[in-house]
Design a protein around this ligand. Structure first.
Ligand code: ZN
Length: 372
């Protein structure tokens, strides 16, 4: 989804190594604002003011997303980019940690940013209020005071709106992580997604009833996203009781640690996989290098660096007899795209996320033909 989002998005700026983009559909928001105001007979000066307000709200949305992204970085999780949509922002984290405590803090950080902006703006307004009590010299400050009041209102609204416990919004994620501290993650997700869908249906219904198309659109978005997340977790659940041997890839791409980044790039372009296993001289796995690791190394001018010096990301080996579900959970938690499968000291395959999804799709297809 993240990749699909950034494809149709205009790069705006980069901060702390994270690219901020504007999705093409964003244009709908200023057009809608301008159209609805002009059709109500309001002048262009009002329209410009409203557009400025939209700009300020989205600046706060960007700060909110950086709250998520920088907290995720604290836990060793990178962010591909931040994309702004007319209904809000999305920080595309490389993965969401399955450790509930980490998911909790990463998610809480976004709304917390809005609360901090609201409180700071309020303190400044309050302080200025005290000053104006003693002198009328600050007459020119009304515009600034209005801006601060707007910041307080907008950020309080962003804070409360994001805390609605409708998965996959922040409130729903916070709910899921708190539940997951007490029960299996799958069950926590089912409960949070169910609540999310219920809230989404209420939102859509109210949006249509009250003639608020944006609210209805947000409801539809939440409904679909809640379903997608619940499906992902349920899919992984199907791997329970299946051995790694059944789902591992036996054809895979390896390279010696002495090979250079440039050689790995050539292999990648020649149609390699999305990640490769790096082997030492004895043919034992040293770790994993992903396609994005290679791109990053090239960007840093390290084309001649040996793969062993990158260094590869360490990947604990798994056994063919291990449970595929547990192995997948471990792989996701460690943020690796693949893990080596070792039997009696010999490399026999790799477990790969992309391949697992393929396996599950095939299995569903086979089941549906069986039922005919
Ligand atoms: Zn958020």
């Amino acid at each position: 989804m993240a990749g699909a989002l950034s494809r149709g998005a205009l790069p705006l700026f980069r901060f702390k190594g994270i690219q901020v983009r504007l999705h093409w559909s964003f244009i709908a928001l200023p057009l809608y604002v301008a159209y609805s105001s002009l059709s109500e007979g309001l002048g262009w000066s009002i329209v410009w003011m409203q557009l400025a307000m939209v700009g300020i709200v989205f600046a706060c949305v960007v700060l909110h997303e950086f709250g998520h992204a920088l907290t995720a970085r604290h836990f060793g999780v990178g962010t591909r980019d931040i994309t702004l949509l007319p209904i809000g922002g999305v920080a595309s984290l490389e993965r969401m940690p399955e450790e509930p405590r980490q998911e909790f803090w990463i998610t809480v950080a976004g709304p917390a940013v809005n609360l901090v902006i609201a409180v700071l703006s309020f303190i400044i307004v309050a302080a200025m209020g005290l000053v104006t009590l003693f002198s009328d010299l600050l007459l020119g400050a009304t515009m600034f005071t209005n801006l601060l009041f707007f910041l307080v209102a907008a950020n309080l609204w962003l804070f409360l709106f994001n805390l609605i416990p409708a998965f996959p919004m922040d409130g729903g994620r916070i709910l899921r992580s708190v539940l997951a501290m007490r029960m299996p993650r799958e069950r926590a997700t089912r409960i949070a997604a169910g609540l999310g869908r219920a809230v989404a249906i209420l939102g859509m219904g109210y949006g249509l009833y009250a003639g608020q198309p944006f609210l209805a659109l947000i409801g539809l978005f939440i409904y679909m996203a809640a379903g997608a997340e619940a499906r992902n977790v349920a899919q992984r659940e199907q791997l329970r009781g299946i051995g790694v041997a059944q789902v591992m890839r036996t054809r895979f791409w390896t390279m010696g640690g002495a090979a250079s980044v440039a050689e790995a790039r050539d292999e990648l372009l020649a149609g390699g996989d999305t990640a490769l296993l790096v082997l030492d001289i004895a043919g034992q796995p040293m770790g994993v290098v992903s396609g994005s690791d290679i791109i990053q190394a090239i960007e840093q001018g390290r084309s001649t660096t040996r793969l062993s010096d990158l260094p590869p990301r360490p990947a604990a080996p798994i056994a063919p007899s291990d449970d595929a579900h547990e192995a997948t959970q471990r792989m996701i938690m460690s943020g690796l795209p693949l893990m080596p499968v070792i039997e009696a000291g010999r490399l026999v395959g790799v477990l790969e996320l992309q391949n697992l999804q393929e396996y599950l799709r095939l299995r569903r297809a086979e089941r549906s033909t069986d039922q005919r």
